[in-house]
Design a protein around this ligand. Structure first.
Ligand SMILES: Cc1cc2nc3c(=O)[nH]c(=O)nc-3n(C[C@H](O)[C@H](O)[C@H](O)COP(=O)(O)O)c2cc1C
Length: 193
């Protein structure tokens, strides 16, 4: 199989739930944001904006609004009540549905994944705190984050990415390709024509 730095970063990125208490150099933060900026979007609508949260009080509030999901061997799932994992910063991915009413979610997720990969490629780590709530109701973590950070009412929060130096190494697994891939039609096997 071919191998290069992009493929390696995609394969080796992992969600990291705890971070070293060490600041992230500003140029690395900018490189991560830049990776988000270059994500694809429908008709290049670029419906995203990014909030870099570093203020301690705000991080503490965000900490109480996101949950960490740890998946242990044999698929055992543990969800912590709260946690940015002591990350020194968090990037909040916000989208404006007016800029792209059809595909704002996909665009925001593409930007978030670009940023997660960029962080990993720089020796940093992140995890995706999924705060987007499909119905966007009051009292949801998404609504509370919008209030906390002064995000306009009509905007949506796609994800919060805590970013920092990883405090440990993780190894989640994936299903085998053979379980996921079909050829020509759903259920079609390779070479079966
Ligand atoms: C849409 C989405 C929402 C997620 N939400 C959370 C979350 O709220 N908390 C968390 O700890 N991890 C969250 N994750 C991270 C997943 O748990 C993680 O990607 C998955 O277990 C695979 O592990 P890996 O990222 O290390 O490969 C989310 C990931 C995605 C793509």
């Amino acid at each position: 199989m071919p191998e290069n730095e992009v493929l390696k970063a995609i394969r080796e990125r992992r969600s990291i739930l705890r971070f070293e208490q060490k600041p992230v150099p500003e140029e690395q933060v900018q490189a991560i944001l830049e990776a988000g900026r270059w994500a694809p979007s429908f008709a290049n609508s670029q419906p995203w904006e990014f909030i870099v949260v570093r203020e301690e009080g705000l991080l503490a509030e965000l900490n109480s609004l996101v949950q960490r999901i740890a998946i242990a061997k044999r698929g055992k799932v543990a969800i912590s009540k709260a946690g940015l994992g002591e990350a020194p910063l968090a990037i909040v991915i916000v989208v404006d549905p007016w800029k792209d009413p059809q595909h704002y979610v996909e665009a925001g997720t593409a930007a978030a994944q670009n940023m997660a990969l960029a962080a990993h490629s720089l020796g940093l780590a992140s995890y995706w705190a999924g705060v987007y709530s499909p119905r966007g109701g009051r009292g949801t973590p998404e609504a509370r984050i919008k209030k906390l950070l002064g995000i306009p009412e009509e905007h949506r929060v796609i994800a919060v990415l805590p970013v920092g130096f990883p405090a440990y190494k993780d190894q989640s697994e994936r299903k085998e390709l053979a379980e996921l891939v079909h050829y020509d039609r759903y259920g079609g096997k390779e070479g079966q024509r």
